[in-house]
Write a protein that binds this ligand. Structure first.
Ligand code: ATP
Length: 207
């Protein structure tokens, strides 16, 4: 099984990193791929250039076995649609289970994603839940796909919906960018190597 962790990573932080190592162990994954998006269709454009967001990710996962970066969204023209990313991963790995990990906040907006129902044609979706963050009531499309058995995720290569509770770290890239723009210390919210990179390149500073 391969885990897929998409996002803007503007910048990557311990909320992303801790979740990734935790689900990697829970689901016994050989690999978790971080896939930074180029032009997210749902939100305003990232503050840092794509290449810099990628370099920060690479610094963060250096020497972490099984955590990798996948640059396919940065190499594609136009919007980064997750459905296109999953389709190309499926072509590359026709027989492997693919697990797309998303936070419960992202899940609550899933039906606004481009061709969202087709995501299940290519991968399972695992929602990383937060105890104080309610997931919307599931409609029938979701109910028939939901499973509580990890073995279902290994027996099928795509199509299931799974909810997994993970350790909660109330960290967001937005809050980190805000701290830096106010010249406050973002220490212990993200790796030191990434903080160093941000300083060197004067990212997120108020001009
Ligand atoms: P921003 O504040 O800029 O919106 P973010 O911190 O939410 O950024 P993203 O890159 O947008 O980070 O998130 C990518 C994925 O990581 C999403 O599925 C999101 O739900 C999840 N995620 C982000 N922060 C956390 C966290 N603290 N714990 C668990 N999952 C997280």
């Amino acid at each position: 099984m391969i885990g897929i962790f998409g996002g803007t990573f503007d910048p990557v932080h311990y909320g992303h990193l801790r979740s990734a190592v935790e689900v990697k162990d829970i689901f016994g994954l050989a690999e978790i791929r971080f896939i930074p998006g180029a032009n997210p269709p749902h939100r305003e454009q990232p503050a840092a250039m794509a290449i810099m967001r990628l370099q920060m990710l690479e610094l963060a996962i250096k020497n972490q076995p099984g955590l990798t970066c996948d640059t396919r969204e940065l190499e594609r023209e136009g919007y980064s649609y997750t459905v296109d990313t999953l389709k190309s991963l499926r072509q590359e790995f026709p027989r492997k289970s693919l697990l797309l990990f998303i936070g419960s906040d992202a899940f609550n907006g899933l039906t606004t994603w481009h061709q969202w129902q087709r995501l299940f044609d290519y991968a399972h979706i695992v929602v990383m839940t937060r105890p104080c963050f309610d997931v919307q009531e599931l409609d029938d499309f979701y109910k028939v796909r939901q499973t509580e058995e990890i073995t279902e995720l290994t027996q099928h290569t795509s199509g299931k919906l799974f909810f997994q509770r993970i350790t909660q770290l109330d960290i967001s890239a937005t809050a980190i960018r805000q701290l830096i723009s106010e010249k406050k210390n973002p220490g212990f919210l993200l790796p030191d190597s990434v903080i160093e990179y941000i300083k060197q390149h004067r990212l997120y500073e108020k001009h």
